[in-house]
Design a protein around this ligand. Structure first.
Ligand SMILES: *Cc1c(COP(=O)(O)O)cnc(C)c1O
Length: 435
C-alpha cells in the first residue's frame, strides 16, 4: 500500500458547532405558512408539536450553533465517522479519478439518522418532554429515535408504514429492543389511521399517512412531542457534523473534491455533507459540483414543482416552500424506502433554486448494479438509499476515465444495507424493475 486510504479523526475532533446555511443563503427561504390561515407561521404555530428550543433552532439566523456537550458525548459512541478512499473501486473502474466516501453506517442504527435523533432527544429532555412520537418508513428513522430516546430516558412511540412493518421485521425489533412502542400505520391508535383503514382496509400505508398519525398522537397525548427525521431546518443543521468532519478529512487526504454527491429522500444526509462545502463555495474559496441523487420513481427534485405544499398526507403540517410531487403522491414500492418522500427539504429546494446544487434521478436497477460492484470491491454493502450516491459517483468516475480527467469525487455513504438484504435478494434474482 503506497498511499493512505482511510482518514480518521479522534473523538475530540467531533465538531463543536453545527453550520447553518440559512445564515449565508444569498436570498432567504420563503417562510412556512399556517395550514389553515395560510399566513406566515410563527414559532407559536410550531410549539404545539416541537419543544421551544428546537423551534428556535428551526428559525435561527445564527451561522454556528454550539453543540451541547451531552450531545457530543453520545455522538462520540461512533463519531467522527471514517472518510475512506475507494482505491479498489478506482482500480476496478480503471479511472484516473479519486473516489472518497464519508461512511455514516458505523452508527448503532447503521445510518446518519442518529446524528439528529440524539440532538432532538437531548433538547426534548431538557425541555421537559416525556415521550416522543414519530413515523418511520423502512425503519431507519424510527430505530434511530428509539436509540436516542433510550440513551436520554424518553418514551418513544413509532408509527411504521405497514408494508415495511410486515416485510422488514428487523428494524422493528431493534426499536423494541431499544424500548420503543411500534405500530403498523395506518393503525387503530389514531382517528386518522382508523379513517384510512375504513376507506381502504388493504392500505399498505405511506410516510405521509404515518406522519399524520404521529402528529395526531402528539397533539392528543400530554407530555408528548413530535420528532421528524429529515426535511426540517434543525434536522439539516444537526447533520452538518458529516460535512464539517469531511472538510477536515479531505484536508488530511490532500486534494479538494471536484464533485460532491449524496442521495436525497427528504434531503438531510445530502445537506449535512454538502452544506459546509456550499459555505466554502459561497465564500469564493472553492468551486464544487454538488449533486443530489434521487430515484426516478420519486423524482421530487428533477420533476417536482417548487411551491408551497404540506409535509404530510392529511394536510396538518405547516405549508413549506419546497420541491414537491404533491402531498397526495403515492410513490411506487421501490426498495429504497428512505427515498420515498413526496417533497424535498426547503433548504435543499432553495439551494437548488439558487443554483448552488444540481440534481439527478437514477433508476433502481442501475443503482443496485453499482451497489453490488461497490460491495465486491470495497466490501461494504450499501443501504439501497446510499447506493444512489454510489451509482452517480461511479458514473462520474467512468466519465472522468472517458475524458481522461483526474477528477476528485466525494460521496456520502449514508448507511449500510445489512437490514435491507431482501432488496439485494430481489436484485440478484432479477426481480427488480425500473418504473
Ligand atoms: C433515511 C435515509 C436516507 C434518506 O433521508 P435523507 O433525509 O434524504 O438523508 C438516505 N440514506 C439512508 C441510509 C437513510 O436511512
Amino acid at each position: 500500500m503506497s498511499e493512505p486510504t482511510s482518514f480518521l479523526l479522534p473523538s475530540d475532533r467531533i465538531p463543536k458547532a453545527w453550520y447553518n446555511l440559512n445564515a449565508d443563503m444569498p436570498e432567504p427561504i420563503p417562510p412556512p405558512l399556517h395550514p389553515a390561515t395560510r399566513l406566515p407561521a410563527g414559532p407559536d404555530d410550531l410549539t404545539a408539536i416541537f419543544p421551544e428550543n428546537l423551534v428556535m433552532q428551526e428559525v435561527t439566523p445564527e451561522r454556528w450553533v454550539e453543540i451541547p456537550d451531552p450531545v457530543r458525548e453520545v455522538l462520540a459512541l461512533w463519531r467522527p465517522t471514517p472518510l475512506l478512499r475507494a482505491v479498489r473501486l478506482e482500480r476496478h473502474l480503471q479511472t484516473p479519478a479519486q473516489i472518497y466516501y464519508k461512511y455514516e453506517g458505523v452508527s448503532p442504527g447503521g445510518s446518519h439518522k442518529p446524528n439528529t435523533a440524539v440532538a432532538q432527544a437531548y433538547y426534548n429532555k431538557i425541555a421537559g418532554t416525556k415521550r416522543l412520537a414519530t413515523e418511520t418508513g423502512a425503519g431507519q428513522w424510527g430505530s434511530s429515535l428509539a436509540l436516542a430516546c433510550s440513551l436520554f430516558g424518553l418514551e418513544c412511540r413509532v408509527y411504521m408504514v405497514k408494508v415495511s412493518f410486515e416485510q422488514k421485521p428487523y428494524r422493528k425489533l431493534m426499536m423494541q429492543t431499544w424500548g420503543a412502542e411500534v405500530f403498523a400505520s395506518p393503525s387503530d391508535q389514531t382517528e386518522f389511521g382508523r379513517r384510512v383503514r375504513e376507506q381502504d382496509p388493504e392500505c399498505a400505508g405511506s410516510l405521509g399517512i404515518a406522519i399524520s398519525e404521529a402528529i395526531e398522537d402528539t397533539v392528543k397525548t400530554p407530555g408528548t412531542k413530535y420528532s421528524l427525521g429529515s426535511v426540517l431546518n434543525h434536522v439539516i443543521l444537526h447533520q452538518t457534523v458529516i460535512g464539517l468532519e469531511a472538510l477536515e478529512q479531505m484536508e488530511m487526504a490532500g486534494p479538494e473534491p471536484d464533485i460532491i454527491i449524496g442521495c436525497v429522500g427528504g434531503g438531510s444526509n445530502f445537506a449535512g455533507l454538502a452544506f459546509p462545502f456550499v459555505e466554502k463555495k459561497l465564500a469564493g474559496k472553492a468551486s464544487y459540483k454538488i449533486v443530489a441523487v434521487e430515484p426516478t420513481a420519486c423524482p421530487s427534485m428533477t420533476r417536482g414543482d417548487l411551491r408551497y405544499d404540506f409535509g404530510d398526507t392529511a394536510g396538518m403540517t405547516p405549508l413549506m416552500m419546497m420541491k414537491t410531487l404533491g402531498h397526495e403522491f403515492m410513490p411506487p414500492p421501490i426498495h429504497a424506502g428512505g427515498l420515498r418522500y413526496h417533497g424535498m427539504a426547503p433548504m435543499v429546494s432553495h439551494a437548488h433554486k439558487l443554483g448552488l446544487i444540481d440534481a439527478v434521478a437514477v433508476p433502481q436497477t442501475h443503482v443496485f448494479d453499482s451497489a453490488v460492484t461497490f460491495a465486491r470491491t470495497e466490501g461494504i454493502v450499501p443501504a439501497p438509499e446510499s447506493a444512489h450516491a454510489v451509482a452517480v459517483a461511479m458514473d462520474e468516475a467512468i466519465a472522468a476515465r472517458e475524458a481522461g480527467q483526474k477528477k476528485v469525487i466525494l460521496f456520502g455513504l449514508s448507511g449500510h444495507g445489512m437490514l435491507d438484504l431482501t432488496s439485494y435478494e430481489n436484485f440478484l434474482a432479477g426481480r427488480l424493475q425500473d418504473v
